[in-house]
Every structure is written in C-alpha cells, then in structure tokens.
Design a binder for this molecule. Sequence first.
Ligand code: MG
Ligand code: MG
Length: 256
Amino acid sequence: MSVGLLQKTDDEILLLKESSLLVGKTLGEVSRYLKPGVDTRTLDRIAEEFIRSHGGIPAFKGYNGFPATLCISINDQVVHGIPGERVVKDGDVVSVDCGAVLNGYFGDYAYTFIVGETDKHTADLVRVTRESLELGIAEAISGNFVGDIGYAVQLHVERHGFHVVRDLVGHGIGRHLHEKPEVPNYGKRGRGMQLVENMVICIEPMINMGTWKVIQEADGWTIRTRDRSPSAHFEHMVVVKKDKPEVISTYDFIEN
Ligand code: MG
Ligand code: MG
C-alpha cells in the first residue's frame, strides 16, 4: 500500500475531529457515573445512549462480535473487558475505551481512572503510562518512523520498572476503526513505516506493573496480565504534522 493512501484530506480530518469530540464527551459523561458501587453494564448503557442521542453509532458494538459500546478493563484486565455485572470498587483502576462512528468516520480513545485511592505503586503506573503516551505523541511528526513512537514509550515505561504489552498495538484510523499503520508501544528508532503528514493514528500504550505477558480470559475478549498485576491504558488520536503533532482527542470532558 502506498503511504500516500494513509494521508487524510483536510475534510476527513475535520470529520475525524467531530467523531473524536463525541467520544470525548461520552467519556466525560461516563466519568460522572464512575464511582464505587456502579456496575459496568450501567456505564455501558450510559455511553451507548449518549452516542446514539448525538447521532453517532457505537463503534465497538458488533465489531468482530464485541457485545458492548465500551471496553471496561479493571485492575489486572488490560483491555477489551466486557461490561457486565461487575461492580466498581474503591481503589479500582478502570480503563474505559470508547469508540463512535459519526458521518462514516471513527473516533477511538481511552482513559484510565483511579476510583478513589490506590497505592503509590499503582498510581505511579497510571501516571507513567500517561506520560509515555505524551512522549509517544511527540514523535508523531513527518519524517519520523513508527518505531520512534514505540521507542519513546518503551524507554519511559521501562525506566520506571514497568512493562509494555507486546500483543496489542495502536493503529491508523479513518473510515475504519483499525487502519494501517500498526503502532506498537515498543520498538527501535528509525524502524517501521515512515510517518507522513496528515496520517491519523491512535497511540495507545498498554502498560503492566509486572510481566508484559498477557492472556485472554474465557469470555474470548478480555485481555489480562498473566501475573495478575495491574495494568493501565491511555489512548489519543493524533494527526502527524511537520513540526508539532496535532492531538484531536481530548480529556477535557473528563478532567474539567
Ligand atoms: Mg484503538
Ligand atoms: Mg481504543
């Protein structure tokens, strides 16, 4: 595939910004209800209703058979947790990943919440994961390589004694949820596809406190750490630019 095909037009980027904004507002809505005692199915219902009432379609629901609007992954669950009867508890580390389609374009990003208080080591894991995302984003400039992103993420994470999940990666996004290129959270400088201006990619470090190794639970979806140590996950949507990457997703609706 020609790299040029991965570049979005200005009009497409505007549409992706609209889809992204809907995801951001949905995450904000979910965050208002994310408290000890809520079950994850309730959070999922809130997200689905919010997306549909704003003219969107949940992007994950039905994707390869996934049954819900959100992926909610708690503590040792890394990603792809299925909302259900599980009740959120004080001290839980909860990754909420949300996808929405609007006007044929996809939005997809994630945030890890600490519900109440957790121990310092787990709080560090969440902070370092988020920092690693920012460092990865900074590499999303034209002329750099996909490997430069993974290198930056991995270096920061491993410096702090944490570990990068290898089995799951970030991705391009557009009229499809998952487009090329794959964006691993580990790698070597100068390796992989070269980035060109107006590629739109999801960078999404999945970082474990213990081993990077993961297993899939019996539900066929949920990925959890093999050693049952906690895991964190943040995801942003980024437009590759010449000088400074443009982040088109926002946590403002969660944090402000
Ligand atoms: Mg993604
Ligand atoms: Mg996602």
